[in-house]
Write a protein that binds this ligand. Structure first.
Ligand code: CU
Length: 330
């Protein structure tokens, strides 16, 4: 916290002066799917008024079960266990007790450096999509401390609180089956990749268009830089636009960046994957194993379904006759 107060004030006063805008303890992932794993990453962004952080403790909320900390070199990790308010369904029957707090201590994180403290837990199916859970965090320094533990009441915003506990919003579990494709969404790190598909091409065609929907559920941007299928010698990302009534397309040389929280849809007439140097024609009804390459998430295997020549969506029949749509048609 960069406040004008002098050092050496009691922790309670430091706490009173802290505001939500200055929160030092954040969670990297602010959404979790019900009945799924949750990777909790507590990010410590500052010390206490210039002093190094020496202890970080997180309280696991009711409904996050089976929590396990990740050890951290230079820090001692301890946990406390206790009974859950209600039993939760798990892989092996029900669980009624588990880790309630995780504490990392004994390290010294300077004020001008940041660090992350990680745990894994499972979000029980008792947590309903649309609700939020709160993970109070204690941060102690060589001098001073913070207690990020205030939880908003009905109608109150975390902004109204001086020391809000970081929140995680519970969302519905990813659909097991995408409507048009056999495979469900592919998760790659913070990315959800849905419905990769190609348009079938006439025999002898040199290029094929590919389409996909990508959602970034994390807090860092990622960039799609390339795509590949065995039939093509290369795969780029193209934009498409209309200039003076003529459709034009151009490669995105720096790739396509998907910002945190954003969903990018590659579809006919817009952004698309452009597979070039085809050695054969993808045929409607086939599945084609391929990959998408991202700067952060790396190369992710995906299965492209193949829709008919001229299709406007993966599950649709062919669109208007190709001749009607002009020549930059992919
Ligand atoms: Cu193109």
């Amino acid at each position: 916290m960069k406040s004008p107060i002098r050092t050496g004030l009691p922790a309670a006063l430091l706490l009173a002066l802290a505001t939500a805008a200055e929160a030092h303890a954040l969670l990297e992932h602010r959404e979790a799917s019900t009945d799924s794993a949750y990777r909790g990453v507590v990010q410590i962004m500052h010390g206490c008024d210039g002093r190094p952080t020496t202890r970080v403790s997180v309280t696991i909320p009711e409904g996050m079960i089976g929590a396990k900390p990740m050890p951290k070199p230079g820090w001692t990790v301890t946990t406390t266990r206790g009974p859950y308010a209600q039993p939760h369904r798990s892989f092996h029957g029900t669980v009624s007790e588990g880790v309630k707090t995780i504490t990392w201590s004994g390290g010294a994180l300077p004020d001008d450096q940041i660090d992350e403290f990680t745990f894994l837990a499972r979000v029980s199916d008792t947590l309903a999509p649309g609700t939020s859970v709160y993970l109070p965090i204690e941060q102690d320094c060589t001098e001073g401390s913070y207690r990020w533990r205030e939880i908003p009441v009905e109608g109150q915003s975390a902004r109204d609180l001086k020391a809000p506990a970081p929140a995680v919003r519970i969302v519905a579990a990813a659909q097991k089956t995408a409507p048009a494709a056999a495979a469900g969404p592919v998760k790659a790190g913070d990315l959800a990749i849905e419905t990769p598909w190609l348009r079938a091409t006439p025999a002898g065609a040199k290029v094929a268009g590919g389409y996909v929907r990508i959602t970034n559920t994390g807090s860092s941007p990622d960039t799609l830089t390339a795509a590949a299928i065995p039939l093509a010698s290369r795969g780029d990302i193209h934009t498409m636009s209309t200039e003076n009534g003529v459709m034009k397309m151009a490669p995105l040389p720096d790739g396509l960046t998907i910002r945190p929280g954003e969903t990018v849809e590659l579809k006919p007439g817009g952004l698309h994957l452009m597979f070039e140097g085809l050695k054969g024609a993808p045929k409607a009804g086939e599945s084609v194993q391929g990959s998408l390459t991202f700067r952060r998430a790396g190369t992710v295997p995906v299965t492209f379904t193949v829709a008919p020549i001229g299709a406007l969506s993966p599950g649709a029949a062919a669109g208007p006759a190709p001749a009607a749509r002009g020549h930059h048609d992919h």
